[in-house]
Design a protein around this ligand. Structure first.
Ligand SMILES: *Cc1c(COP(=O)(O)O)cnc(C)c1O
Length: 435
């Protein structure tokens, strides 16, 4: 402890002296000077306030270093929500991570190495996507699903009408309302039918010379039950205008595990001219807006000036290709995880915590798909149940763990936690408990 008679401010070590600590020299090489100096300044401030002894300043600075240079902190998703938008939706596969790292430097993203000439940007990723959905004559990729909708509405319907069922005027989340987005492009919405029922005749009566396209939106985050009726894509063809289907979640082909989720291949086979989907939902890849469909329609989108403003970064292209061609993604591993195996993992995680005297039990849990997809699908799961007071410190630990509060307890559902991270999760709980 500082001696009461000496003003501790006098004895706080100078920045240059603290920065000679080898751990901080190493941190400057890894993170840059700015964050390291900030950590040192914070430690010096604590020493001046009498919270630390002067000789503790280097240790405190090391402890205050940011864990990653990028600012975004990796967290363990123990929420039981597979595609959690606040946690960045899909967890990229090892293959996609490797692809991102490999593409980080200079790449041939727009250059044909054989001829030395400029080439179509991202042609390799686009070819991989097209190969994965043979029903699509052509494909294009933009920043996200919302950007894909904006591009389609602008290129195919600006100053004209988009015919859309009143039952599909949806809000995706966080105030993102699809009708407002569409109107912002200069297209007019021609709403047809009612909230619960829309027929083919409703569409047919609305279609005219001013129609840009019929839009079919998958109401991905809610269901309407009772006296309902909607027209599927197959029932909207033959009206003389393009049919655009926003399927939302981004399955490329049908998945027996989620039979109610639409997929790109089936939607194209049903007659859609253009399918719009997200890359970071059920595809399990990077944030991206996928556009798949008729050659002439996709070509119009690609050639529109707005396409340049919505184009994707090389890292996205690399991650997308690796996701489409690579092994099973963490998203699908989490969706398919066997409840019995999850229970075993959860019991195994509980044992050392209980032995350390922590108030922890193993409880049944229900995990969900999330990301505004498959709202009805319930995935039986298992969770550690802890006092709710653990929630905040666990979120702010060295390895942040995000769970969910249910009936006054903190549940840590292991379904979306990579199995090799179980020891880190256990260590994080022990650190909070101090045991
Ligand atoms: C998620 C979703 C979108 C938006 O996609 P982003 O990739 O999040 O921009 C649009 N439409 C539907 C039906 C969706 O589910």
């Amino acid at each position: 402890m500082p001696e009461a008679t000496v003003d501790p401010r006098r004895r706080v070590p100078r920045t240059d002296a603290v920065l000679t600590d080898p751990r901080l020299v190493d941190a400057v090489a890894r993170l840059g000077r700015t964050p390291v100096r900030a950590a040192v300044a914070a430690a010096q401030q604590r020493a001046r306030a009498g919270e630390l002894a002067p000789e503790q300043v280097p240790d405190a600075a090391v402890a205050a270093l940011p864990p990653t240079p990028g600012g975004l902190r990796p967290v363990l998703n123990a929420t039981g929500v597979v595609l959690h938008t606040n946690l960045g939706r899909a967890d990229l596969s090892e293959a996609a991570r490797a692809a991102v790292a490999a593409a980080a430097g200079h790449t041939d993203v727009e250059l044909d190495l054989a001829s030395g000439r400029r080439a179509r940007r991202g042609r390799s990723a686009l070819a991989a996507l097209a190969a994965a959905v043979p029903d699509a004559q052509d494909v294009h990729v933009v920043n996200n699903g919302a950007a894909a909708l904006v591009l389609a509405a602008t290129a195919l319907a600006a100053g004209r009408e988009i015919v859309l069922s009143r039952g599909e005027l949806v809000e995706i989340g966080d105030g993102f309302r699809l009708p407002e987005l569409l109107v912002s492009t200069g297209a007019r919405l021609r709403e047809v039918g009612t909230t619960n029922r829309t027929t083919r005749a409703d569409y047919a009566n609305a279609v005219g010379p001013d129609t840009g396209f019929i839009l079919k939106v998958h109401p991905s985050n809610f269901v309407v039950r009772g006296f309902t009726g909607a027209v599927e894509v197959a029932g909207l063809t033959g009206l003389g205008v393009p049919v655009v289907a926003d399927i939302g979640s981004g399955l490329l082909a049908p998945q027996p595990l989620l039979p109610d989720e639409p997929d790109a291949a089936s939607t194209l086979r049903a007659g859609a001219d253009l399918v719009i989907a997200s890359g970071d939902k059920l595809l399990g890849g990077p944030q991206a807006g996928l556009l798949l469909g008729e050659r002439a329609v996709v070509e119009r989108l690609r050639r529109h000036p707005l396409a340049r403003a919505l184009r994707v970064y090389k890292l996205t292209l690399a991650a997308l290709q690796a996701t489409v061609t690579g092994p099973e993604t963490p998203t699908w591993r989490a969706l398919r995880a066997d409840p019995g195996a999850l229970r075993t993992r959860t019991e195994r995680a509980r044992a050392p915590l209980a032995a350390a005297g922590i108030d922890v039990t193993v409880v049944e849990s229900v995990a969900v798909v999330g990301g505004g997809g498959a709202p009805e699908a319930e995935l039986p799961s298992w969770a550690l149940s802890l006092p709710h007071e653990y929630a905040a410190p666990l979120r702010q630990g060295a390895t942040p763990v995000v769970g969910r509060i249910e009936r006054g307890r903190l549940l840590l559902d292991l379904r979306c936690v990579p199995p090799d991270a179980d020891p880190a999760l256990v260590a994080a709980v022990r650190a909070v408990a101090g045991r």
